[in-house]
Design a protein around this ligand. Structure first.
Ligand code: NAD
Ligand code: IPM
Ligand code: MN
Length: 355
């Protein structure tokens, strides 16, 4: 029996609704497989936890989850309880940084049964590779003076190591997919970081003569996501550009509620973390109507990462079968609730496996 230890952090808002549903899907996968078990350890770290304990996770929190095979996270953020910059820095961003999850992988592709808001979408299959540890998300900066004299400086940090490794990841994946790699830049307007980004991209491209490349300014590239997404394949982007592109990618798929993500640790010293692209959606929390597909597709990405791609495929197939059957939550035009969609996905998985 292969047992996978998962640290489960539902977090805030709809994270608490969609994570248990995705765990039901994982349980069903274990049942289908027969020789695989998941050992979940649940952590209630969240904004509510902060209200009780004055911090988002215990002091030894990272120690507690360090040995798990992967971390399965819902969403973090309840601005009615804790300001976002405190809750996110104390949990999600802390884990990403401390566990050196330097790459964030975010697919945006058309699923069977999904209706894109684009009026005539051709078949697109984009993989966003987002730098996940530095760039625009640095904590370097400060404020001086006050009133109309106040000045705030926010520094972005681009290291040769950080930029090279995210690009290398992008090139390797593009090579494996037999595809091409687009770099998201803004070297026409940003004086230091982006010309450097372009320079590293060009340097590295010389070592991958078989991978076609192009470089697009982030503003134009955003438009291409809408006007001709089928011409894009792997897209490598800085932390902030990748963040924005991944919501855009989710939008052209049909909803932010379905988009998955993996925060990948490359050096094997720490676990990777899997979470959907969406947030805690306070506007719909508590009604049982959140789309569970983002979290469930995220479970598929986690299984791929843990060496079980066939099981991941079963999940994605079942998601598509469910969408094709029109069993959908309200964000994608359906009338089903969170539990009903999950039930349908589990039933489709079992049917596919002949169980
Ligand atoms: P959001 O993704 O939570 O919500 C944006 C919109 O999409 C809302 O209208 C919401 O109802 C809808 N939506 C999101 N997920 C959905 C789902 N599964 N099913 C149906 N509809 C869904 O983004 P936001 O409103 O900018 O942020 C809300 C909170 O979440 C904030 O505290 C923010 O900081 C946090 N956040 C956390 C993460 C994370 O933990 N990874 C990511 C993004 C935002
Ligand atoms: C995401 C989120 C986070 C990010 C926020 C909540 C800090 O938007 O995971 O996409 O910007 O990385
Ligand atoms: Mn985001």
């Amino acid at each position: 029996m292969k047992t996978l230890d998962l640290a489960v952090i539902p977090g805030d808002g709809i994270g608490k609704e969609v994570v248990p549903e995705a765990l039901r899907v994982l349980d069903a996968i274990a049942e289908i497989h027969g020789g695989l078990a998941f050992n979940y350890t649940h952590y209630p770290w969240s904004s509510e936890y902060y209200i009780e304990h004055g911090r988002m996770m215990p002091e030894n929190g990272l120690e507690l989850i360090k040995e798990s095979d992967a971390i399965f996270l819902g969403a973090v953020g309840d601005p009615s309880l804790v300001p976002d910059h405190i809750s996110l820095a104390g949990l999600l961003l802390k884990i990403r940084r401390e566990f050196e999850q330097v790459i964030n992988v975010r697919p945006a592709k058309q699923l069977r049964g999904m209706v894109s808001p684009l009026s005539n979408p051709k078949n697109f299959d984009i993989l966003i590779i987002r730098e996940n540890s530095e760039g625009e998300y640095s904590s370097i900066g400060g404020r001086v003076h006050s009133g109309m004299d106040e000045v705030v400086v926010q520094n972005a940090v681009f290291t040769k190591r950080g930029v090279s490794r995210v690009m290398e990841y992008g090139f390797e994946i593009a090579r494996k997919r037999g595809g091409h790699l687009t770099s998201a830049t803004k070297s026409n307007g940003i004086a230091h970081s982006m010309p450097f980004w372009d320079e590293v991209f060009q340097e590295m491209a010389a070592g991958y003569p078989d991978v076609k490349t192009n470089s697009e300014h982030i503003d134009a590239l955003s438009a291409f996501f809408v006007t001709r997404p089928e011409t894009l394949d792997v897209v490598v982007a800085s932390n902030l550009f990748g963040d924005i592109l991944s919501d855009l990618g989710a939008a052209i798929m049909g909803s932010i509620g379905i988009a998955p993500a993996g925060n990948i640790n490359l050096n094997g010293k720490f676990p990777s973390m899997f979470e959907p692209v969406h947030g805690s959606a306070p506007d719909i929390y508590g009604r049982g109507i959140a789309n569970p597909i983002g979290q469930i597709w995220t479970a598929k990405m986690m299984l791929d990462h843990l060496g079980e791609p066939e099981l991941g495929e079963i999940i994605l197939n079942a998601i598509e079968t469910t969408l094709e059957a029109g069993i959908k939550t309200g964000d994608i035009g359906g009338k089903s609730n969170t539990v009903e969609v999950t039930d349908a996905i589990i039933a489709a998985m079992k049917k596919q496996a002949g169980k």
